[in-house]
Write a protein that binds this ligand. Structure first.
Ligand SMILES: Cc1cc2nc3c(=O)[nH]c(=O)nc-3n(C[C@H](O)[C@H](O)[C@H](O)COP(=O)(O)OP(=O)(O)OC[C@H]3O[C@@H](n4cnc5c(N)ncnc54)[C@H](O)[C@@H]3O)c2cc1C
Length: 574
């Protein structure tokens, strides 16, 4: 198996051509985020990803997290790698400078996390959840809470978790039963059980801050009655240091298909009636607060699809260069087809996720409320597409990586099967891809009378109209017409029809947006070639993969129109 090499040149190209990094650096507060600094940061994170995270991937998969007497242990090396990660300040990259962060764009943090995730997905989940916790606290915590907890999360001294899921409350979060009772001193007593909690217990950091959804005594039924609480593993003493153990404990960890080094915990809260928590945000406002955290996490999970696809592609390409059957197998057209499919899917997924993250940045920093609202609509619309389309791509690419390896791919020692097993969860957690499709079709498509989708279609049409490659332009214009047809069909569906067509609609949207962004990269590559800038081989490869995607993958996405229009009767007999 090949060593992971972070694709920094590729990442920089996407940051510049899709995320418009230079424009982002023109926004107030982002002045430091120049392409030169971004390149420096990515080179630095690549070193840590390659040298510290990647070597622990195989042992993490083989030995996994272990559970004994309420404690979770990780294989040797994990604690040191986590210390290296936090000592270098990686958690703080895009966090608020007022609390120790560096205030750089989120999209840059996404690029950095792509590298850590590709190197070791199970390990990277620990910082990923902490980053989402930082986001939720920044947006919804009061000033005292922020001062007390944010600097420690940002420094990585403490980590964060998300406690939503209960046995009867998975996709239907509103069915949760964990209770929170006011203690009379501003704190609450939490009682309940949460399952499937990622990195819910470990010893890598000095404290763990659990972000817990629970119901107050007067809570209305369903999702409107949920509140968000902060529940530390160790309560803080008068100096703000971890002190007494709080009544929140892991009672088991799961045996899973993949991400073995990520402990997935069953958490018992308030077994002896003494689990102390504090309300974050308004009473019954928990879902809104959690959505901040989840939206952030959904983009990061989409990014997992990108990362694991990149890793699998690198392994498959290296193997295809070495393996000889009738000559090196990379010489066979079908193998090259598989590699091109893997590469172009990975690139399209990366482009969607980075465009989404850059839209989040602009929603925060763009001058004027209208500009910010425009980019927020774009970010919200792209989030379910990033999450679902990129993680589906991760599964397809890792599956193809096994195929490229032939029988060796099926053998665990080869290592490539691990990527497939790891990739599979990303389509399930953080809201299943089916739930993402419903979010896109049921909510985002209709939001503000369909403004967001109209704006996206307008932006694609304006961009495509300037393309010099007439063939690519024609493909995108036809795709836009099909997207319009699909949108009209979705808006005409009854609820059952909408549910039946939601995933095909998301697949079509992802194909069109991915095709647009790859076409855009090819245009920029052509412009650089004309100007004699950059590495010609690298730039021609960008053009080739855009051409491959637009010719071979975009039509597959557009073919979803049949499923979108077929409506509900097709599923009636199940
Ligand atoms: C390894 C791992 C780590 C996790 N980490 C965390 C964590 O850190 N914190 C946390 O709180 N949770 C976590 N989870 C839980 C995860 O978010 C849930 O498993 C996920 O949201 C799905 O819920 P469920 O498993 O109950 O599936 P169900 O909700 O039972 O879904 C089963 C199927 O029904 C479909 N479905 C359900 N409702 C609808 C609907 N309305 N419309 C269409 N289709 C629907 C789903 O798409 C799915 O295909 C984790 C899970 C795993 C396996």
């Amino acid at each position: 198996m090949a060593d992971y090499r972070a694709p920094t040149e590729e990442q920089m190209f996407v940051l510049e051509t899709v995320a418009d990094l230079t424009e982002l650096a023109g926004l107030p507060g982002f002045e430091d985020a120049t392409p030169a600094l971004a390149a420096q940061i990515l080179a630095e994170s690549a070193r840590l990803a390659q040298e510290a995270f990647a070597p622990l991937n195989a042992i993490g998969d083989r030995e996994g997290a272990r559970f004994s007497d309420g404690a979770v242990t990780l294989p040797d090396g994990f604690a040191q790698a986590y210390r290296d990660y936090s000592a270098a300040g990686w958690n703080g990259l895009s966090a608020d400078p007022a609390h120790g962060g560096q205030g750089l764009p989120f999209v840059l943090s996404v690029a950095v996390q792509e590298q850590f995730t590709a190197a070791n997905m199970a390990f990277s989940l620990c910082p990923m959840l902490t980053l989402s916790a930082v986001e939720a606290l920044q947006a919804h915590g009061d000033e005292a809470m922020k001062a007390l907890y944010l600097p420690k999360l940002i420094s990585g001294e403490w980590t964060g978790t998300m406690l939503l899921t209960e046995p009867q409350a998975g996709s239907d979060v509103g069915a949760l039963r964990t209770s929170a009772t006011p203690a009379g001193d501003g704190s609450y007593r939490i009682r309940g059980q949460k399952i499937f909690i990622t990195w819910g217990e470990h010893e890598l950091a000095d404290n763990i801050l659990h972000f817990v959804l629970a119901r107050l005594p007067d809570a209305p039924a369903g999702s409107k009655g949920i509140s968000l609480f902060l529940v530390p593993k160790y309560l803080l003493d008068a100096q703000g240091r971890p002190g007494a153990r709080n009544d929140v404990r892991a009672i088991a960890i799961e045996h899973k298909m993949g991400i073995h080094a990520s402990p997935t915990c069953t958490m018992q809260l308030g077994e002896s009636g003494d689990c102390v928590g504090w309300l974050i945000g308004a009473p019954h406002g928990g879902l809104a607060a959690m959505f901040t955290m989840m939206n952030h996490a959904r983009i990061n999970v989409g990014n997992q699809g990108v990362a694991i696809a990149e890793r699998a592609w690198q392994d498959a390409r290296a193997y295809a260069q070495e393996r000889v059957q009738f000559g090196p197998i990379i010489g066979h057209a079908d193998v090259r087809r598989m590699l091109m499919t893997m590469h172009s899917l990975t690139q399209a997924a990366r482009a969607i996720v980075y465009a989404n993250a850059a839209a989040v940045d602009r929603a925060h920093k763009e001058g004027g409320p209208e500009g910010r609202a425009y980019w927020k609509r774009r970010a919200d619309l792209l989030t379910p597409i990033s999450k679902a389309w990129a993680t589906d791509a991760g599964i397809e690419v890792t599956s193809l990586a096994i195929q490229v390896h032939g029988g060796a791919g099926f053998i665990e020692e080869t290592g490539v099967a691990r990527h497939y097993r790891d990739a599979r969860i990303a389509a399930i957690y953080e809201g299943t891809n089916g739930i993402q499709a419903m979010d896109l079709a049921g909510r985002k498509l209709r939001l503000d009378n369909g403004t967001a989708m109209g704006e996206l279609e307008g932006a694609i049409a304006r961009d495509v109209a300037c393309w010099r490659d007439g063939g690519a332009r024609a493909k995108l214009e036809a795709a836009l017409a099909m997207l319009g047809r699909a949108r009209a069909a979705m808006l005409a569906h009854d609820p059952t029809g909408l549910g039946a067509a939601a995933s095909p609609f998301l697949a079509l949207c992802g194909g069109v947006v991915g095709g647009w962004l790859l076409g855009r990269q090819a245009e920029q590559a052509a412009a650089r070639l004309e100007r004699g800038e950059g590495d010609p081989a690298f730039l021609r490869a960008r053009q080739a993969s855009a051409d491959f995607f637009l010719t071979q993958r975009l039509p597959l996405a557009l073919a979803q129109i049949a499923a979108i229009e077929a409506a509900a009767e097709q599923i009636a007999c199940i």
